[in-house]
Design a protein around this ligand. Structure first.
Ligand code: ADP
Length: 538
């Protein structure tokens, strides 16, 4: 006999999150600090109303379930309302990374077939450049304009019922542009997003509750701001958004708004420490106020950073994940014997990337695919699976996983006997600077277009502020009188400014594999501890 359990149907749809936050935590504040220094305050009820108004407008414009609505914006409460509005009208919110350069942006927005594009006024020049190339965008909305976003709000009353449907419907699209080829889209489902949000609020993950005051420094255009706009609603947190990420602004907000939780890439904290030192010297408040949990991820958090924060009495959670994992894969949290450990031993633990929350499975395999033991010494390719891990990239024809749903992360790690994962290397050929990807391959391809360059290899070298910066190893064409300045000037015309190599080193030859490919792994090993000239001087 076929039998179902007799409990209620309640599809895991994202609109439940905003309904819950508005109903149970309606007065909990959401604030935005705009670039001009002004602070605008609303709350969950206000964001929910704005989201309903937007959904109403989108429905009027004929958005159908699954249609993509894009944003090109920094962190603010209108951006948050746009997420819930787009999803609530049955659509898919597509957060476009503002740091990419034009060619990638055009590719991504055409590939996504975005029908609406909502952006911040500061990006008007970029949008003007892109507009002639965007084939599918019908409506442009400027968030911080009374004539645009303001007019839409004035024209809607928010009487709108969320579009409901299957929990496996898509709700969000995020592109990742790490490795070779075009950026790839990860299409989150309502169900995956809800499970991820519910997992995130746990004490061993982001430790969120309605008492939390959360300042997400990770941008909403990068890996869904680590899912915090969803988890924050599930917990009813107070959100503090800032459209700029300079240390004085963030520190000021931390003190003034009594921020308890922050999350971001390591780069942010280096600038913050400098600011705190200067603040202390000037005799002003250099404390971190009520801050009690700092989550750092996106790149390995350096030991000195963890140490300084922990010695200041702040808990540090070290997170590992990727856009393909929604993005939480692992998170560090206190072990059962935590209180008996010395601070040095505690720091040792935090330096590793943490353990999986319920829902994620990890394993490491060797080159033949044999599963390696969790012994803390065997190092292998890190694979992951679970309900919020990618199965197939958007519009791809084949799955991105093996037959058992394991997704290969491109990271290399060890797993310790207690389940703690520790990243030891990277198999993918990329450079991560300030939390954003630089594709070594694209940089190399660009470089060989420069007259006088015979061959080029881009590799990441350590940098105290940006974590990694690219250097370019160049073999000159015979007889070519090519200088570093020539190469950089050429590249400046074809890649984004922050992709330009910090140094160009001319070499006689580059190592090759049997099949003629440049041995990047070998070069990375050789230059692992390379010190940039600019840093040597300092
Ligand atoms: P995000 O930067 O938000 O984590 P991306 O998809 O841009 O997401 O990048 C994911 C990659 O970043 C991982 O595969 C890994 O190489 C690197 N990464 C993320 N977190 C860490 C970490 N804590 N330590 C080392 N590398 C990390």
């Amino acid at each position: 006999m076929f039998m179902l359990g007799y409990m209620q149907d309640w599809d895991l749809r994202v609109s439940h999150l905003i309904d819950y936050a508005a109903r149970e935590h309606g007065n909990r504040e959401i604030l935005t600090r705009w670039a001009d220094g002004s602070i605008e305050r609303t709350n969950w009820a206000g964001v929910a109303l704005e989201a309903r108004k937007l959904a109403q407008v989108f429905a009027r414009w004929g958005m159908k379930p699954g249609d993509r609505i894009a944003t090109f914006a920094m962190n603010h409460h209108r951006h948050l309302a746009a997420w819930y509005g787009a999803i609530g009208c049955g659509g898919v919110i597509h957060t476009v990374n503002v740091r990419l350069f034009d060619e990638d942006l055009i590719y991504i927005m055409n590939h996504a077939e975005d029908r609406v594009l909502m952006y911040d006024a500061q990006f008007q020049p970029v949008i003007d450049r892109l507009k002639p190339h965007l084939k599918t965008v019908e409506h442009y909305i400027v968030f911080d304009s009374a004539d645009s976003y303001g007019a839409l709000m004035a024209d809607a009353d928010g009487q709108f019922d969320w579009v409901m449907g299957d929990e496996r419907d898509p709700c969000m699209l995020c592109y990742t542009s790490g490795t070779t080829g075009h950026p790839k889209g990860v299409l989150y489902q309502h169900r995956s997003t809800m499970l991820h949000a519910m997992a995130e609020i746990a004490p061993s993950v982001f430790d969120l509750s309605c008492g939390s005051v959360l300042l997400p420094i990770v941008p909403m255009f990068h890996a869904a701001s680590w899912g915090l706009p969803f988890a924050g609603a599930a917990a009813g947190v107070k959100f503090v958004f800032s459209t700029t990420n300079d240390a004085p602004t963030l520190h000021g907000l931390m003190l003034q708004e009594k921020v308890t939780h922050s999350a971001g890439v390591p780069t942010v904290w280096l600038a913050m420490f400098q600011h705190l030192d200067a603040t202390a010297k000037a005799g002003r408040d250099a404390s971190l106020g009520k801050l009690r949990l700092v989550t750092i991820g996106g790149s390995a958090a350096p030991r000195a950073m963890i140490e300084r924060l922990m010695k200041q009495g702040v808990r540090v959670a070290h997170a590992w994940g990727m856009t393909e994992t929604s993005p939480i894969g692992t998170m560090g949290s206190p072990t059962p014997d935590w209180d008996d450990l010395s601070i040095e031993a505690q720091i040792d633990i935090v330096c590793k990337q943490g353990r999986v929350p319920f829902g994620v499975e990890l394993r490491i395999v060797d080159d033949e695919g044999t599963v390696l033991p969790r012994d803390g010494t065997s190092s292998g390719k890190l694979q992951v699976r679970g309900p919020w891990v990618v199965k197939r990239y958007f519009k791809a024809e084949a799955d991105a996983t093996d037959a058992d749903q394991w997704f290969d992360t491109g990271d290399v790690s060890v797993i310790h006997p207690d389940g703690t994962m520790q990243i030891t290397d990277r198999a993918k050929d990329v450079i991560k600077s300030g939390g954003e990807w630089i594709s070594s391959v694209e940089l190399e391809n660009a470089a060989v277009g420069c007259p006088g360059v015979a061959e080029a290899a881009a590799i990441g070298v350590p940098h105290p502020k940006w974590d990694e910066r690219p250097i370019l190893l160049v073999v000159r064409k015979e007889g070519a009188a090519l200088s570093e300045a020539d190469v950089v000037a050429y590249l400046a015309g074809v890649v984004a400014k922050w992709w330009l190599p910090d140094e160009v080193l001319f070499v006689d030859s580059l190592p090759h594999t049997g099949t003629g490919k440049i041995q990047k792994a070998e070069l990375r090993k050789q230059y692992k501890d390379y010190q940039l000239k600019a840093l040597r001087a300092a």
